[in-house]
Design a protein around this ligand. Structure first.
Ligand SMILES: [Zn+2]
Length: 265
């Protein structure tokens, strides 16, 4: 591991080991220098998530097996309108690249705004299909659960899936404890809320990861610094200690040890 000098808010230069962004959408950031900028800043591990056919292909192209790692999936919004052939095509891409990707994601449920019963049924069918695929391939899952955290936890618990990353955690302390009891990981975006602060305070540091969900919430993976600062403040720990812990958690969860082979599509 190499030390990187990172300028944190407040103007102090602090030496941290390295940072990791556990959930981003690099395909939506139209800037070729984004990865080198992030790496220079200290964000040396970036997980980019696909949500549909196009972004899955792009995630594979962007992954370099060194700093950028791909998770492939179909998110709930795209699951609703996706026909069986396109779904099978995406499952085929995952099968064909199973040794080169680090997770199946983004998958999950989305209830905001409220979906029709038919749409929820379709979301659940696709979510379950990807959980089964992940279990068969021995891959972890990165899960979206907006407004749907209870259903997501119930479905995952029933499936027996254990390597679970609940991205952009929006549940309360009770739901966080349920996730923790099941051995799930929770990731924290660079967005402050009192509810999330209570969750961060309550959950063990070894269950936490940091993310940006950029460009949707953070602008770029560099904003993972803000997510880590929120965790540090809520827990009353130093930035360095939290950075080191959540980076190690991320690499362990996604099974990243050194370099992986380049992705092929
Ligand atoms: Zn996302």
């Amino acid at each position: 591991m190499h030390a990187t000098t990172l300028r944190v808010a407040g103007g102090l230069d602090k030496t941290v080991v390295e940072l990791a962004d556990s959930h981003t959408h690099l395909d939506l950031i139209n800037d070729a220098s984004i990865v080198s900028d992030a790496v220079k800043f200290g964000v040396s591990t970036i997980i980019t998530d696909g949500v549909d056919t196009r972004s899955n292909a792009r995630a594979l192209e962007l992954s370099d097996g060194k700093h950028v790692f791909a998770a492939l999936g179909v998110d709930p919004q795209h699951a609703v309108g996706m026909g069986p052939d396109e779904l099978a095509f995406n499952i085929g891409i995952i099968h064909g690249n199973a040794s080169r990707i680090v997770a199946i994601g983004e998958i999950g449920l989305e209830y905001v705004p409220p979906s029709s019963p038919a749409a929820i049924k379709k979301q659940k069918a696709v979510f379950t299909r990807f959980i089964e695929l992940a279990m068969r391939l021995g891959l972890p899952v990165s899960v979206h659960a907006r407004g749907a955290i209870s259903d997501v936890i119930a479905i995952l618990e029933e499936s027996g899936m254990q390597k679970v990353h609940l991205h952009f955690f929006e549940g309360d302390v009770i739901q966080a404890r349920a996730a923790e009891r099941l051995g799930f990981m929770i990731s924290i975006p660079p967005l402050e809320s009192n509810k999330r602060k209570r969750v961060v305070r309550d959950v063990s540091l070894d269950r936490l990861m940091a993310e940006t969900d950029s460009p949707v919430v953070g602008k770029t993976p560099r904003d993972v610094e803000r997510s880590i600062r929120l965790i540090a403040e809520a827990k009353g720990l130093s930035f360095e200690k939290v950075a080191e812990a959540v980076t190690a958690n991320t690499k362990k969860f996604f099974n990243i040890h050194g370099e992986k082979g380049f992705m092929r599509y």
